[in-house]
Design a binder for this molecule. Structure first.
Ligand code: GNR
Ligand code: NI
Length: 170
């Protein structure tokens, strides 16, 4: 197991397209394990491989209160979307920023498990939001892309400034 560094906006590597996983070999399992470890360490509820600079369609998630229900989605796709809603979102690649963005309310989705089995299901609530957020990552898209360009530019300046300056320790 190892912790992976998480890329931060505006890193251009977050804009790459992730490629489908073709063979479910040991390296994919190791990647998923490392991504879960990284997600838990960073206190996120989801993580896409793109965020740790791996251009593969792999997503991990844990939506449980107890942080004991790890899930792995290989090659996830949304098949149909219904309704519209808005939820407050955050992203490990956009530190300390939260904003409401529009999302479909309910989605049917398909993915593969680590053993290669294909699963199809329907989601609403947080799972629906998180799946849309993570699949966006695999396509080089961030939740802040749904905001106005002005808001995004202000945010970029704030993040770049905070990453230039050392964190004061009292
Ligand atoms: O930790 C996360 N929280 C979150 C909250 C609302 C909607 C989406 C998310 S995903 C985010 C982790 C992350 O950046 N995944 O890509
Ligand atoms: Ni994210």
């Amino acid at each position: 197991m190892s912790l992976l560094p998480v890329l931060h906006f505006p890193d251009p590597r977050l804009r790459k397209q992730a490629k489908p996983v073709v063979t479910m070999d040991a390296s994919v399992r190791t990647l998923a394990d490392d991504m879960l470890e990284t997600m838990y360490a960073e206190r996120g509820i989801g993580l896409a491989a793109i965020q740790v600079n791996v251009q593969l369609r792999v997503v991990v998630m844990d939506l449980s209160e107890e942080r004991n229900q790890p899930r792995v989605f290989i090659n996830p796709v949304i098949l149909t979307s219904e309704g519209t809603g808005e939820a407050q979102e955050g992203c490990l690649s956009v530190p300390d920023f939260y904003e409401k963005v529009p999302r479909a309310e309910r989605v049917t989705y398909r993915y593969q498990e680590l053993d290669g089995k294909t699963i199809e299901a329907t989601a609403d609530g947080l799972l629906a939001v998180c799946l849309q957020h993570e699949i966006d990552h695999l396509n080089g898209k961030l939740f802040i892309d749904y905001l106005s360009p002005l808001k995004r530019q202000r945010l970029r300046k704030k993040i770049e400034k905070s990453e230039r300056e050392p964190v004061p320790v009292l």
